[in-house]
Design a protein around this ligand. Structure first.
Ligand SMILES: [Fe+2]
Ligand SMILES: [Fe+2]
Length: 200
């Protein structure tokens, strides 16, 4: 089953992904991950399969706040990142595009709880946020990934700093980060495009 991005965008606008779309996103992500030949990648994929990565939302009330939102966001960010890199002539390897794009928000795995409807009334926010291990955002994603595989310097920087100016610590580090990884602007942009423009 191939993913129809137009259908995904339409469903996202309505705030609910179909089971078919959620399955198709899972397949696309699995296919991309299968192309990575790196020590520990099988364990990383197992971690994803055993977690709520494919069913969790991407936020409580902003972009992707529905079942499958996190996987949809992650896949679309990878897709957008890959297109931007190619269009601008970057030679960042395919593995790095997949790892940085798909895994950048691993910090959101296992932190959203579904709010139950009370007396037939839908909850104001469909999910609430409860992070048992608050280790940061990009920092936590990188920490999780590093438990299974050894990310390259560029992958580490991309994941750690993907929030750009939304991260208070970015400004003092940005010059060095950009020098070490000129592709940074593309992951930050892809993340913004997908969350703000596509609302996924
Ligand atoms: Fe993020
Ligand atoms: Fe993101």
């Amino acid at each position: 089953m191939t993913l129809d991005i137009k259908v995904l965008a339409e469903e996202a606008k309505k705030g609910c992904l179909s089971g078919k779309t959620i399955d198709a996103i899972r397949n696309e992500i699995m296919d991309a991950m299968a192309g990575i030949k790196r020590k520990g990648i099988d364990k990383l994929v197992k971690y994803m399969q055993g977690s709520d990565f494919f069913t969790a939302p991407a936020s409580t009330k902003f972009h992707g706040n529905y079942e499958g939102g996190l996987a949809a966001h992650s896949y679309l960010v990878y897709h957008e990142f890959d297109e931007l890199l190619t269009r601008h002539g970057s030679d960042l390897p395919s593995e790095s595009r997949i790892i940085s794009g798909i895994c950048h928000d691993f910090c959101k795995v296992g932190v959203y709880r579904k709010n139950e409807a009370k007396r037939g009334k839908a909850p104001v926010k469909p999910y609430s946020f409860d992070d048992e291990y608050p280790l940061g955002h990009g920092e936590k994603s990188l920490l999780i990934i590093s438990k299974y595989i050894e990310p390259t310097i560029k992958e580490s920087l991309l994941i750690r700093w993907h929030m750009g100016g939304y991260d208070q610590n970015y400004e003092i580090n940005s010059e060095k980060v950009k020098k070490l990884c000129s592709e940074m602007v593309f992951l930050q942009s892809a993340d913004r495009i997908v969350s703000s423009w596509c609302n996924v």
